[in-house]
Design a protein around this ligand. Structure first.
Ligand code: MSP
Length: 643
């Protein structure tokens, strides 16, 4: 039987629409689920929404909606976003699902029968925003919540309690025995010192509102509903069928509960205590990530600086965004979102260091060997490089298993830099001139093999991009090829590489549209470099490296949000017209351009300008009078070469 992996995200409160923090948790969890699947584990990936409690009841009331109608609406938004993000969840649970409620009642009964639940009276402070109880001594500024700073409410009501104190020693023992049960280590130490201060029994029912799961009928106590955190935490087992068919309980215990640092206490203290009471094994890892800020500031609706993940993914590419989030911050630490950092990662790591490598082997193999790449001489000429790459990749999976996604990606990029360096060092084009074709081809094959291994390892982070690369290099993304190429370090069999469309077009400047309810992601353009005044002499060969072609403009339109740009469809004699974004709006109207001819730089690296792909540049002359396009004197066929 194959090994099993169970990965979860927190279930999200339905009082707010999804933001970058939710996307971060979900993307890490999705990466882990994809990793386990790739490694052959039978995997169950759970996400969903947390829909009960006072906070949701009040949020619905403010909008004149029933809690259920309100929960349906917001839960739908989460689900739609995860579907748009291709999140590979196996189940989307809602705490208003009937199966879940039955499972929660069953768990309550088991804990009660075990003698772990008793009736008493709760008197203390409650933070509705955090759905958390606090004692006098825990409050800050007299009545404020120590976690979110909002005012707490004084609560005095009859309540059932869970004997949390009873499990204090067992919990400390768990932290002690299982080194990686809470990740990262620093956060685990915080949990341990909290528990060592002494645990008080936990109020687990409320009577002052009723938007929650009722107690089991056998309790005969209609006025209580379950405390929302008891209800919510139990989702991790009710989703597997706990209390009913138990069809997926074989996935328990969870491999990873992924959570934000603000909710670690619930997952690393209350949840294992509930599980001990239920007689179930404890999760293997509870892993807590840090928080995202925006340009150094905490995100909040009142500041209007909340980052909308859909908007970012639409403008910059979903997989680029995934890469950025996982690479930018060490797991457990807070991270800052800025467009500049994102653009730098795309242009530098992805474009220059990764995408270029693929282009270079496509270009070189095209010139030297009709796109055929053969690994037979790699070991002979590049034993050292292979050894270095083996050493870099040896510990890489452990980093991922401990959620150190930034280190994982750093190591993959170290391997890519060995590939880039080997091209610079061995200069295959010189080897070709010297008649050493086998040596030139060995460099190309070395790079291909490094690229193949990195592609497989990167698959959980960038599933679509890596699949495109694997197709171009004629290998499968599969558990078997991972075993063969990454674990077994085998070489690729001889293959013919395919050309691929540009994977990471360079981003020059971006402006994200201002959404209705959230702050715009501010335009941050890079200053244009001063153009060099001095003209350098080039050879005729250098001149012919530029492919200039006659193009016919088939369509032209303005680019919304820009007074400089026009979006053009230009026929340059290829199967499909090219899209070119040109800064000529001040000088031409779209209508006067249609059906005219222009000169196009056709082999320019594609770029994204204001979110639009631009696949070329028009030649134009500019002086004090203004700008005019350079055009052929007489009509020529589209695609006719200039030079
Ligand atoms: N409903 C509870 C979880 C119950 S799990 C049994 C909850 N929901 S939440 O919607 O408020 O938060 C969900 C997750 O989003 C948490 O892990 C939280 O840390 C994360 N984030 C919320 N804002 C965030 C940032 N600004 N940055 C990163 N993550 C943050 O808590």
């Amino acid at each position: 039987m194959s090994q099993k992996a169970y990965v979860t995200t927190p279930i999200y409160y339905v009082n707010d629409v999804p933001h970058i923090g939710h996307a971060y948790t979900t993307i890490i969890a999705d990466t882990m689920a994809r990793y386990y699947r790739l490694r052959g584990y039978e995997t169950f990936f759970l996400t969903g929404t947390d829909e009960h409690g006072q906070k949701i009841e009040e949020a619905a009331k403010m909008r004149n909606k029933t809690p259920q109608a309100y929960a349906d609406e917001i839960s739908g938004k989460f689900r739609t976003l995860w579907d748009a993000f291709d999140i590979s969840y196996d189940k989307f649970i809602r705490t208003t699902d009937n199966d879940h409620k039955i499972g929660v009642q069953k768990a309550f009964q088991v804990m009660f029968d075990k003698g772990d639940i008793y009736k008493g009276e709760y008197e203390g402070h409650y933070c509705v925003s955090c759905e958390t109880f606090f004692t006098d001594t825990q409050l800050v500024d007299e009545d404020k919540c120590p976690d979110c700073g909002k005012a707490t409410r004084l609560v005095k009501e009859e309540s059932y309690f869970f004997k949390l104190s009873k499990y204090q020693e067992e919990l400390l023992n768990w932290y002690h025995m299982d080194e990686k049960c809470v990740l990262p280590k620093g956060k685990k130490n915080e949990v341990i010192s909290f528990v060592k201060q002494g645990l008080r029994d936990l109020s687990i029912t409320r009577t002052s509102f009723d938007w929650g799961v009722k107690l089991p009928t056998s309790m005969n106590d209609e006025k209580h509903v379950m405390y929302v955190w008891l209800d919510a935490l139990l989702n991790y087992i009710t989703a597997l069928g706990y209390g009913q068919e138990e069809e997926n309980m074989a996935f328990w215990p969870a491999t990873i509960h992924l959570v934000g640092k603000d909710i670690l206490r619930f997952h690393a203290i209350y949840w294992p205590a509930f599980l001990l009471s239920l007689g179930l094994p404890l999760p293997k890892h509870v892993a807590a990530h840090g928080w995202w800020t925006r340009n150094g500031e905490k995100m909040s609706k009142s500041k209007g600086n909340v980052v909308n993940p859909k908007e970012v993914a639409d403008a910059y590419g979903l997989e680029n965004f995934r890469y950025f989030m996982l690479r930018e911050v060490p797991f457990g630490q807070d991270g800052d979102f800025s467009q500049k950092a994102l653009i730098d990662r795309i242009n530098s790591d992805l474009g220059n260091e990764f995408g270029n490598l693929l282009n270079r082997i496509i270009g070189m193999s095209g010139k030297y060997s009709n796109f055929v790449i053969n690994s037979c001489d790699v070991a002979k000429f590049h034993a050292n490089e292979l050894k270095t790459v083996d050493a870099i990749l040896a510990g890489v999976e452990n980093n991922l298993l401990e959620l150190q996604t930034n280190r994982y990606l750093e190591d993959l990029w170290k391997a890519l830099s060995i590939a880039n360096q080997s091209i610079t060092l061995h200069e295959p084009w010189v080897k070709m001139k010297e008649g050493k074709e086998d040596e030139a081809m060995a460099v190309v094959a070395l790079v291909s093999n490094i690229l193949a291994r990195v592609t497989l390892l990167l698959h959980p982070v960038m599933p679509k991009t890596t699949t495109t690369i694997a197709h171009a290099m004629h290998f499968e993304i599969s558990t078997d090829s991972f075993e063969t190429l990454v674990v077994g370090k085998n070489m690729l069999p001889t293959f013919t590489i395919e050309k691929v469309p540009p994977l990471f077009p360079r981003i020059e400047e971006e402006l994200l549209a201002q959404p209705e309810t959230q702050a715009p992601i501010v335009m941050e353009t890079k200053p244009k470099k001063e153009s060099k005044k001095e003209e350098s002499i080039i050879t005729i060969d250098q001149f012919f490296e530029t492919s200039l072609k006659i193009g016919t403009i088939l369509d032209a339109s303005i680019v919304e949000g820009s007074d400089r740009l026009l979006q053009l469809k230009v026929d340059v004699g290829e199967a499909d017209p090219r899209q070119i974004v040109a800064g000529i709006r001040e000088y031409y109207t779209p209508e006067e351009l249609i059906s005219t001819q222009v000169c196009v730089v056709a082999n320019l690296k594609p770029a994204t300008i204001k979110g639009l792909l631009s696949q070329g540049m028009l030649l134009a002359a500019k002086d004090k009078e203004g700008l005019c396009l350079v055009r052929p004197e007489r009509p020529r066929k589209s695609g006719a070469s200039i030079g």
